[in-house]
Design a protein around this ligand. Structure first.
Ligand code: 4PL
Length: 246
């Protein structure tokens, strides 16, 4: 399939994990990908692997000025924006009563303030062409109430409900806004934390057995980011082998 021929896509958290897998797929299907990550070297490496006119940008999505600069360079280098995939997030594994307020604020800053800033600046560019596909990463942990991540679960609940509200605000510009709710997925980020010990537990709850990989999440994101998904907006899709149903 070449569903993204001529399209420009911004993918956050594109240096690794699900973001990198989504960026590669959109690129394989013809998109010019702007690979965004706080790790600028990783973003550049992802863009290089994709090839074509794709490029990497180092950006802290919680920094308003950095996000403004990001979309200025998208506008000047690409002239438009068709697809925005908000994947970047942090998932510290910390017990509820050991979490500091500072850490709570840091999680909300990246996972929710960052989403707001990216959607605000990205949709301003999309509105010019009356076309856009925004796909936000929530998490199935918002349904499961997964332990040691109350801060993250709170932020990801915000991602889902912000997505619903933004769909209303942007529908008039023919911009769709949807979220995916992946389950625990085998990524570099997860492998660096105690989350990696939870694969056996989540597998027990899955309708389909196995360990989720980034490429298992990609098809749902690519579909929602595609032109043909134009009649779907404000929705949340669990992509977790049937661990949660709602
Ligand atoms: C079920 O989004 O959804 C661990 C770590 N376990 O980040 C997640 C589950 C984690 C999840 C998540």
């Amino acid at each position: 399939m070449r569903r993204f021929e001529g399209r420009v896509a911004v993918v956050s958290g594109a240096a690794q994990g699900m973001g990198r897998a989504v960026a590669e797929r959109l690129g394989q299907e013809g998109a010019t990908v702007v690979a965004v990550d706080i790790n600028g070297d990783g973003a550049n490496a992802a863009a290089k692997a994709i090839g074509g006119k794709s490029f990497g940008v180092a950006c802290d999505i919680g920094d308003e000025d950095a996000v403004a600069k990001l979309f200025q360079s998208v506008a000047s280098k690409c002239g438009k924006l068709d697809v925005l995939v908000n994947n970047a997030a942090i998932v510290p594994f910390v017990k509820w009563d050991e979490l500091t307020f500072k850490e709570w604020r840091r999680v909300l800053r990246v996972n929710l303030d960052g989403l707001y800033l990216m959607c605000r600046a990205g949709s301003d560019l999309m509105r010019k062409n009356n076309y856009g596909r925004i796909v936000n990463f929530s998490s199935n942990s918002i349904f499961a109430g997964t332990p040691n991540m109350a801060h993250y679960v709170a932020s990801k609940g915000g991602v889902l409900t912000f997505t619903r509200a933004l769909a209303t605000e942007l529908g008039g510009y023919k911009i769709t806004v949807n979220s995916v709710c992946p389950g625990l997925t085998d990524t570099e980020g997860v492998q660096q934390t105690p989350h990696k010990e939870a694969f056996g537990f989540v597998e027990m709850l899955q309708a389909i057995k196995g360990v989720g990989k980034p490429t298992d999440i990609v098809p749902a994101v690519a579909f929602l980011a595609s032109e043909e998904a134009h009649w779907i907006t404000g929705q949340a899709l669990a992509v977790d082998a049937g661990m949660v149903r709602w």
